[in-house]
Design a protein around this ligand. Structure first.
Ligand code: ZN
Length: 339
């Protein structure tokens, strides 16, 4: 099995830097090929312009190189970015929540760092981390959905990340689940995308509507007191048994399941992994989602497929970016020991 190491003959572990460039912060780490994180560095990305973002990327790599001095050398850099990507050109074409538009980020970083650089969409790399070392470890065909402000998607087919013709595929959050549903966010011209029905933003929107419709309910009272209705608040109330909050999450779970039905039918995955902040609602959403899949997806696809919570939380993007660097720049890794 490629990557399996024999203790007596295995060379020193190889190290790369994985960088998760998010809309709020940039998280980076020195990661070895057993996916152990040896050093970490962070910067804020919110409010930065394009050249500041590029500078901060260089800064974290320099900081990590200093921390890593005297240890196994850093051989490559992988970056997960919240962008639609042109892989042939190594270009971030458009980016959600950051001013990166039409930037040849791979070559720019390669030039400034003097290391091989690989880039991919942040959800695509999170899918790689879950498939290689996480909730879907040992499986070859895996779909990942990350429920956050939006809904990110990643698809691994035969152990390899799927990217589409130019590199901007697997935008699973923009799969239509309600054709005449609410308008989508950002640059998406569609309506009723999965993202408009089960993201953290959608949960907060539906809960606020429920609060206005029923001012005497718990949500309504909190809104009346000036509380902001957020996804985490809805989850907290639902955990405490609030009926309205439970029904908001069940509705989001229903649409999540509706999207998963299509993914299960199309990709025949062994697992659909659900991550991201809004996945904190856990079974309150996954339960209804599984029920829809049980009722509506095709057999045998649905009989094989597990719908499971992600293993990696906030570090999924950084770890996945490291896996990407190993895959693209150093000939790949497969899970051996380690985590
Ligand atoms: Zn959309």
């Amino acid at each position: 099995m490629p990557g399996m190491s024999d203790e007596s003959t295995s060379p020193r572990p190889r190290r790369v830097i994985g960088i998760d460039l998010g809309g709020t912060k940039l998280a980076a780490g020195v990661v070895s090929d057993d996916l152990v994180v040896h050093h970490r560095a962070h910067r804020f990305s919110r409010g930065a312009d394009q050249s500041e973002i590029l500078d901060r990327l260089v800064e974290v790599v320099d900081e990590l190189r200093v921390q890593n001095e005297g240890e196994d050398p850093i051989e490559a850099v992988g970056m997960g970015i919240p962008s639609l990507i042109d892989q042939a050109a190594g270009r971030a074409v458009t980016t959600v929540n950051l001013p990166l538009e039409d930037v040849p980020i791979r070559d720019l970083m390669n030039e400034r760092l003097g290391l091989p650089v690989a880039i991919d969409n942040d959800a695509n790399v999170a899918a790689l981390a879950e498939q290689r070392f996480g909730a879907a470890r040992g499986k070859q065909d895996v779909v990942l959905l990350t429920l956050g402000t939006g809904v990110g998607g990643g698809v691994v087919i035969g152990g390899k990340g799927f990217r589409g013709a130019t590199g901007s595929g697997a935008e699973l959050g923009h799969m239509t689940v309600l054709a005449d549903g609410p308008p989508c966010q950002g640059g998406c011209p569609n309506r009723g995308c999965l993202e408009t029905m089960c993201s953290g933003t959608a949960i907060a929107r539906d809960a606020e509507a429920a609060a206005r419709a029923n001012p005497d309910g718990t949500l309504g009272r909190l809104l009346g007191e000036g509380r902001e209705i957020t996804g985490p608040l809805v989850t907290e109330l639902a955990d405490g048994g609030d009926e309205q909050s439970l029904s908001v999450l069940a509705r989001a779970g229903f649409y999540l399941g509706t999207g998963i039905v299509s993914l299960v039918n199309i990709f025949n995955p062994e697992a659909v992994v659900i991550g991201g902040g809004a996945a904190a609602a856990g079974e309150l959403m996954l339960g209804p989602a599984r029920e829809v899949v049980r009722e509506r997806a095709l057999s045998p696809n649905k009989d094989l497929c597990e719908i499971v919570p992600a293993r990696f939380g906030a570090e999924a993007g950084m770890l996945g970016a490291a896996v990407l660097a190993f895959d693209e720049c150093l000939g790949g890794i497969a899970p051996a020991g380690g985590r």
